[in-house]
Design a protein around this ligand. Sequence first.
Ligand code: PMP
Length: 420
Amino acid sequence: MNTVTSRVREDFPFRDAHPDRAYLDSAATSQRPRQVIDAEAAFVATDYAAVHRGSSMATGAATLAFENARARVAAFVGAAHDEIVWTENATDAINMVALGMSDAALGLGGADARARFGLGPGDEIVVTEAEHHANLLPWQRLAARTGATLRWVAVDDAGLWSIDDLAAVITARTRVVAFAHVSNVTGYVAPVGDVVALARGVGALTLLDACQSVPHHPVDLTALGVDFAAFSAHKMLGPTGIGALWGRKELLDLLPPARTGGSTITTVTMESAEFLPAPNRFEAGTQPVSQAVGFAAASDYLREIGMPAVAAHEHEMTGLLVDAVAATPGVRLVGVPAGSERGPLVSFIVDGVHAHDVGQFLDDRGITVRTGHHCAQPLHRRLGVAATTRASAYVYTDAADVARFSAALAEVRPFFGADR
Ligand code: PMP
């Protein structure tokens, strides 16, 4: 057992609760260590109160914990404290940017916001054909609302795209480029620096869907040079119900808040409102206080292991998963070819067996994987399949999990008679 697995194994109660189960679905959502569960529970038990409201001692202590959590998550991704906006999840964060931009087009944030964010007919939004629906549908909406055109980088037969493909789609009219750092289906790792350079060259804003990168390897959002980024706590050992929108401060302070209400304002009259600077302008209503505490505990936990160690461990486990898929007759790897850099997930097609049957078969043998289109229907349509099966690794995945997966995978085609 390598150092990461031996160290973290006992931290995860789910492993003891299900000793005979290999959980290979961390790309969908991750399990939580006791440190995260305990941090949130302890806060709820003793320190919970509404934040940023009132003047009681309880409110002050909860607000301190809430803002301290923001500072720790910010530091985890190389961001300043007030550049992290709590959202419901990554989907919510991306919607916040797209909706804010359509409000800017309506003039809701004033002339400066309209000039920076206000798209209109003739303007172009660029995504890739491999995006998760979370990073596609908000841009479809923005295009529909503003009259801008949605363009996309087509993927190849393996579901991959290159910087040259992107360069061919970007024009002087491109205003936004939105793309995943790591694809949740193909495992493709985007050339972020090159994308940023192309986008900046035409004055376009960039939004990075960092859902599958921030949990798995060191990410410094400021150094990457993107303008906005989105990620979710539940994919990085934290709670559900909270995610983060990161943005460069001057952009966040200018972007109109998509949702309005309590806690977001400086002055309100019966006719109008003045909004606070970021992050508060975006956090309307009662905030996800204990979830923020859990999110920060998750980032502390990962920081203590060390993100380079997390990445190295996952690299090793992913290599084993790829080997298992490559070694099984009639099973085809989707996306990044074996041996190339990829995120810690492996999607595959079992010839002659529907992905849902594959998933059911593996589940019966104690292996949790994900089947379906993984919220990436256009990509699956391009690949010519309705569904794939995906196995994914995280800090608590060990070689025994992969061995169990490998043995069961070898049985799938014989079981369904697809090898005859
Ligand atoms: N983008 C990618 C690449 C994802 O993998 C996911 C989650 N499957 C999302 C966006 C959406 O994340 P959430 O459901 O937490 O908003």
